[in-house]
Ligand binder design. Structure first.
Ligand SMILES: Cc1cc2nc3c(=O)[nH]c(=O)nc-3n(C[C@H](O)[C@H](O)[C@H](O)COP(=O)(O)O)c2cc1C
Ligand code: SF4
Ligand code: SF4
Length: 266
């Protein structure tokens, strides 16, 4: 069976899980969904199509919505979702189901896996190394059963919670973070920045410019937190909120993988 998994990742969790699933399924191609948006590539010769992404504010990053708006699959393929989250997937996979159905496609199944938290907020949710390790082990242990269900093209209700309260909560939190608190507008480099350029190279939306006079952020931010976590000097902060807080990326994912996601020369 041939499978294609379109993925988006900020700190590698989703890519790591998608890789594990690809290995378990065999004959699977991983395609960065960012590249599919910009360069096309919606004619996969596949028996199953996966859409893998991190949960943001109980739903999904804007770039994933953008991807679903732009897909053009032929026929009625078997489509599954794979969402990674820090603790609560909320209605992310139900939102994916809605978006796909608006395009005339069906989400046949949706799986959510708990991975280390990459949101840095007022409260530390990331957890220590043993807690992260426990999440890796649990997530990996679910892969064989998920692969078996995909192989059998099983149809099931997406995982997560589709309550109206959560839906509204997710939308309010997202809009508070984006419009009122203005997270993207508060991204900045501190004096620890040595202008190495990593943030600009890995940002999936090409929203960062590094010039002689400093680092600047544009208006196309999908809030993936990649620039914050991948900066080798820990010099990227959101206002004063993230200063001194631990950074994270999945141990099996590296800057090169982030460049591949961007479509940069390897
Ligand atoms: C802006 C933002 C919002 C997030 N919102 C949620 C959330 O609502 N629920 C949750 O469990 N995790 C949330 N997370 C954590 C991520 O979903 C989780 O760490 C995910 O595995 C990251 O995947 P990635 O490394 O592929 O980007 C959020 C992370 C970010 C950056
Ligand atoms: S990755 Fe960090 S150190 Fe490098 S240019 Fe960006 S902010 Fe500066
Ligand atoms: S600016 Fe930072 S948080 Fe925004 S999309 Fe780029 S890497 Fe992600």
């Amino acid at each position: 069976m041939k499978t294609v998994i379109y993925y988006f990742t900020g700190t590698g969790n989703t890519l790591a899980v998608a890789r594990d699933l690809a290995e378990e399924l065999g004959d699977t191609t991983l395609i960065p969904l960012r590249q599919a948006i910009y360069y096309g590539g919606f004619a996969p010769d596949a028996d199953a199509i996966g859409i893998a992404f991190p949960v943001h504010f109980l739903i999904m990053p804007a770039i994933v919505r953008q991807f679903v708006f732009s897909i053009l699959f032929s026929g009625s393929p078997y489509i599954f979702g794979l969402a990674t989250c820090g603790e609560r997937p909320g209605g992310a996979l139900f939102r994916l189901q809605e978006l796909l159905s608006e395009k005339g496609y069906t989400l046949s199944a949706g799986y959510s896996l708990v991975m280390p938290e990459n949101y840095i907020g007022p409260v530390d949710l990331m957890g220590d190394a043993p807690c992260r390790e426990e999440k890796f082990v649990k997530a990996k242990s679910r892969i064989p059963a998920i692969a078996a269900a995909i192989r059998e093209q099983r149809v099931s209700v997406p995982e997560g919670n589709n309550s109206v309260l959560l839906k509204i909560g997710g939308r309010i939190t997202c809009s508070l973070a984006t419009s009122m608190y203005n997270t993207p507008g508060r991204l900045h480099a501190t004096s620890a920045c040595n202008q190495c350029g990593t943030c600009a190279r890995i940002c999936p939306t090409r929203n960062i410019t590094v010039a002689k006079d400093g680092v600047s952020w544009g208006s196309d931010c999908t809030q993936c937190y990649a620039c914050i976590h991948w900066c080798p000097e820990e010099a990227v902060d959101i206002g004063g909120r993230t200063a001194g807080k631990p950074r994270y990326h999945h141990p099996d994912v590296n800057v090169r993988d982030m460049l591949i996601q961007r479509g940069e020369p390897k």
